[in-house]
Write a protein that binds this ligand. Structure first.
Ligand code: ALA
Length: 420
């Protein structure tokens, strides 16, 4: 029996009509430069935009563009209405209590830096502590390191086990009376681990500590309800949830946003300015200095409605099937090692093919039309934990299909033959 025949299951038969949704994404019909159909498995880095979102961008640029919050003319009012409507769409997407709890930023990195500055400068002092985890993307490490360095505070890190799951008992032990904030990723970008954030939030609150969740790799895969979670901050980025680049979101409980210092100074974040004193605008505008990414915010509103129309529960179920199938197919290939085997995982498979460097694997997969990310995935501590410099990573979206997993497996076998 060959390894391929040893698969426990064939591709699941699913009621999720993937072809219907793929038809919304013009880029997926593109032929890859190497003459192969494009098999896009790099959604963790950036997902694709459906025609509905592209059309919304074009409609805005063609008929509605002007600066917002600044004009009495019709176009400015139209653009302002559309931008503030997008804020409400995001509010509903996250089930935030109020639209003023939604701050538009430029990406998750920007959202985390906003909290590191706005919260950190106000509430973290010498000898205080901030807790993060070993699974974080650099965006959820470096801003806290910078803050701790500036303030003389300490960064504490929740360890992970060999499957890439957080060790929860160790998390609880890290709290002390000096702990001021926890910041944790919802889903690991490098390994796919889904963290038990609900439990982590409860533990943090038991210690009287606010907690921020980095949802960059979560909101496109599963329903997120910030009121049910009861997190204090939640961040995500537009271009990973089928929207454009240049737009991100910070959800913050109004009580915290009100207490925080502004991150950037400039136009629109003020009520009045004299050379002696500036008074700041109300939230969320206090945090949106300068002309914001108006078109991108409006398109993001369309993107989050688009995924809600499909249904995040249905997306999660389809992607779970994809993950199970991909894991089995890759595990059936001798020489392929999967990193990240936690019980709770999003549809991300990080792997090594024999001892071929992941960059070579990625380059050769590309020749087969298969796009994956290779490298440390901006999560070098995760790589260090496993003693490797990099992995190849296939990251799926709801528009991926089982045949694409087969194509990935076939392309990996070709790589192995080249190095045999
Ligand atoms: N953070 C993105 C990734 O995981 C870029 O690929």
């Amino acid at each position: 029996m060959t390894a391929a025949n040893a698969l426990k299951t064939a591709a699941p038969t699913s009621t999720f009509d993937v072809e219907r949704y793929r038809a919304d994404f013009p880029i997926l019909a593109n032929v890859h430069p190497h003459g192969k159909p494009l098999i896009y498995l790099d959604n963790g880095a950036s997902s694709q935009m459906p025609q509905q979102v592209i059309d919304r961008l074009v409609r805005y640029q063609t008929h509605e563009h002007a600066n917002i919050h600044r004009g009495v003319h019709t176009l400015s009012e139209t653009a302002t209405r559309a931008y503030e409507h997008a804020r409400k769409q995001v509010q509903h997407f996250l089930n935030a209590k109020e639209d003023r709890e939604i701050v538009f930023t430029s990406n998750v990195t920007d959202s985390i830096n906003l909290v590191a500055h706005g919260f950190g400068r106000a509430f973290v002092g010498e000898g205080d502590e901030v807790i993060i985890t070993h699974l974080e993307h650099h965006a959820n490490i470096v801003p806290w390191q910078m803050l701790c360095e500036e303030k003389g505070a300490k960064l504490k890190v929740v360890p992970i086990d060999d499957s890439g799951a957080l060790i929860l008992e160790a998390y609880e032990k890290l709290f002390s009376p000096r702990t001021k904030l926890v910041s944790v990723t919802h889903v690991s970008n490098a390994l796919g681990t889904i963290n038990p954030v609900k439990e982590m939030i409860e533990i943090a609150h038991r210690h009287g500590v606010p907690i921020m969740i980095d949802g960059a790799q979560a909101v496109q895969h599963m329903p997120v309800d910030v009121q049910a979670l009861d997190c204090d901050f939640y961040a995500f980025t537009g271009h990973k949830v089928f929207g454009p680049t240049g737009i991100g979101v910070l959800y913050g409980k109004a009580e915290w946003l009100n207490k925080m210092k502004p991150f950037r100074g400039g136009g629109d974040m003020i009520l009045s300015v004299t050379f002696e004193k500036t008074t700041y605008n109300a939230i969320p505008f206090k945090f949106e200095a300068g002309t914001p990414p108006i078109a991108q915010a409006i398109a993001l509103g369309e993107a989050v409605e688009y995924v809600q129309r499909i249904g995040l529960d249905r997306i999660a179920a389809h992607e779970h099937d994809l993950l199970t199938y991909a894991t089995e197919r890759l595990q059936a290939i001798d020489g392929v090692r999967i990193y990240g085997t936690a019980q709770q995982k999003a549809a991300v498979v990080s792997f090594y093919v024999n001892d071929v460097h992941p960059h070579d694997v990625g380059t050769l997969l590309n020749e087969e039309g298969v796009a994956v990310r290779t490298g440390h995935h901006c999560a070098q501590p995760v790589m260090q934990r496993f003693g490797i410099p990099a992995t190849a990573r296939a990251s799926f979206a709801f528009y991926n299909k089982f045949e694409e997993v087969d194509a990935l497996a076939a392309a990996i076998r070709k790589v192995q033959k080249l190095f045999a």
